[in-house]
Design a protein around this ligand. Sequence first.
Ligand code: AMP
Ligand code: MG
Length: 338
Amino acid sequence: MKKLSANETDLHIAGEAIKDGQLVAFPTETVYGLGGDGFNRSALARIFAAKKRPRFDPLIIHIAEMDALDRVGDRGVLPFSLREKAAVLSRTLWPGPLTLVLPKQPEVPDLATSGLNTVAIRFPSHPVARKLIAYSTGAVAAPSANPFGYLSPTRAKHVEELLGDAVDFIIDAGPADIGVESTVLDLTQEPVRLLRPGGTPRERIEELIGRIENVEKTGSAPAGVLSPGMLKSHYAPKTPLILLTRDEILRQIASHKPADGAVYLFFDEETREASGAADGFVLSKKGDCAEAAASLFDVLHQIDKLSAGYIYAQEAPERGLGTAINDRLARAGARGGV
Ligand code: AMP
Ligand code: MG
């Protein structure tokens, strides 16, 4: 594995490597991705192997210009109302942390989509990601650059520690700004469904296209089949994590019965102070959801190195990016498969 920086020379080297079928870890505004040519079957197979990702979990194809959308997805077969929704969302929220699931073009390899007839597409806003995509093949398959099921990487050093030589290059451009993965939206049928809460708040999407359905609450199909990112256990640290409300974490500490070697992860400083706990990690001093999302995975990576017995984590408020934080914490705490 070779480290690169974000200068033009290095980005061209990385672009050529992707054209050549190699794997490049790169920053996006959400988390670090593990990129390979979205149309090259052997590069796609290497992505699955490097992550030990099961073949049933499809990849997101990243593009860097609007025209590339129709090379990957086939909006033409959608009914008018869904075409319109796709147009409004892509025009307003791209580039950005939103992934759209659309009917796929036949040229997209089955390996990228796990044999589904749909494909997930995202246009990231990070300038380094955009250049890398443009300097390579214009369609880069890139899941998060971590072993399957483990915490996502928000820094180049996380990728180095987690994947090492399974990756050909890592581009280091500092920490990811948003810190949680993209919101995944299924636009292939009405009602539009939220497959994964993420960096684009649900409220913002509903302002643009009206009510969307939450897959978990429909019970219409096993979530694991619809979108494997909805697996019950995912984004998980090695340390067992227990998710608590603000009141529960205060009671737990007041009872003076914290489990041996427990570490507390507070959402805000105010709760830490109210608890009287002298230590513990705080996601956002002022209790800001965007700031908390940006530090979530980095703090969990740090805690996982302490070999603590348990992590007691406080829920975020269920609004804006708080919904994605709570989703990740709930999956981080779930044990034992789907
Ligand atoms: P990540 O590993 O963070 O890139 O996760 C990608 C997410 O997108 C996973 O939750 C996938 O299951 C989901 N996804 C990708 N392609 C599709 C698709 N065609 N239909 C539904 N979900 C998809
Ligand atoms: Mg992932």
